[in-house]
Write a protein that binds this ligand. Structure first.
Ligand SMILES: Cc1cc2nc3c(=O)[nH]c(=O)nc-3n(C[C@H](O)[C@H](O)[C@H](O)COP(=O)(O)OP(=O)(O)OC[C@H]3O[C@@H](n4cnc5c(N)ncnc54)[C@H](O)[C@@H]3O)c2cc1C
Length: 267
């Protein structure tokens, strides 16, 4: 680990001033990704700005027809929250399936979304539910936020404040987890609101999370598991590694989508 200055601001304004006044700052949420990165000397920030002391960044509330989750809210808090369970149970399930207990107690929604790991659950949750990422500068549609592997639309000194999820009529998240890390080999978040069907896939795309427009079109006409005839994505655009081939991942997308339709339909 290289040396760095540590800051523990108690307000958003203080954090923004530190972002603007330090050489190469890095925001610190639960440290679940950032601390191992620092320990392996893969990053050398001059200053770490810890967000945990900013009380306004944590918590969950309902705003009109949306559930709004503060950036430093932990996965555990989301999985146990009564509002989330009542209005978007698919999101409770997503959060409860992340990593292990320690990761869920430290890891945050803001850190996960900012990190945009290609096998992480929240990117699929955000796109599949049509979420909006709120930052200290603007609001960004999830469809525009996740750009490429570990790359987002966030600018260098931009900070996520919250993620807003519109409440869907039906939704489900189904993941085929890597048995060691629990990251998604393939995960599918599916939602239906009126005639609008969204199907977001994590774990499989060689450029990270994506929408499967083929499955969306099928389900838009006939919202049933039997209607799904597989994923529309080209195998060349699917990742392959020691855990699974592209062919197997493509098969899993169709299968997870079928199970998600059944779960969303109460099956
Ligand atoms: C063993 C293990 C298993 C895991 N399994 C899963 C899994 O199954 N599914 C899954 O989805 N994830 C998994 N994770 C990831 C975990 O869920 C964390 O959410 C993720 O590592 C981010 O961690 P964090 O919230 O502590 O953020 P940090 O590590 O503190 O930060 C991560 C990055 O986000 C930036 N950042 C943090 N907060 C903000 C903000 N508010 N605004 C802008 N940038 C910000 C930081 O600067 C840093 O670049 C796993 C992690 C581990 C260690």
């Amino acid at each position: 680990m290289y040396s760095f200055n540590y800051h523990n601001p108690s307000s958003q304004q203080e954090a923004e001033e530190l972002l603007a006044s330090t050489d190469s700052p890095s925001l610190l949420a639960g440290g679940q990704t950032l601390l191992p990165t620092l320990k392996h000397r893969l990053a050398e920030p001059s200053d770490l700005i810890d967000l945990k002391g900013i009380s306004g960044l944590s918590g969950i509330h309902k705003e009109n027809n949306s559930i709004v989750i503060g950036a430093t809210t932990t996965h555990c808090a989301v999985s146990e929250n009564e509002l989330v369970a009542r209005h978007i149970p698919a999101l409770s399930k997503l959060a409860s399936g992340i990593g292990d207990q320690q990761v869920r107690h430290r890891g945050t929604i803001g850190g996960s979304v900012a990190n945009n790991d290609p096998a992480a659950d929240y990117p699929a949750g955000c796109i599949g539910l049509g979420a909006t990422i709120r930052t200290n500068r603007r609001e960004i549609d999830a469809d525009d936020f996740f750009v490429d592997l570990f790359e987002t639309a966030l600018e260098e000194d931009e900070m996520i404040l919250a993620v807003s999820f519109p409440i869907p009529q039906q939704a489900a998240y189904i993941k085929f987890p890597n048995p060691a890390s629990r990251y998604a080999l393939v995960g599918v978040m599916l939602s239906k609101t009126g005639g609008d069907v969204r199907v977001a896939v994590t774990g499989a795309g060689s450029a990270g999370v994506f929408r499967d427009s083929h499955i969306e079109a099928i389900l838009g006409k006939n919202f049933s598991a039997e209607a799904i005839d597989g994923s529309g994505i080209d195998e060349a655009d699917i990742s392959a590694d020691i855990h699974a081939s592209a062919e197997y991942r493509k098969h899993l997308i169709g299968e997870m989508a079928r199970r998600a339709v059944e779960a969303a339909s109460g099956g």
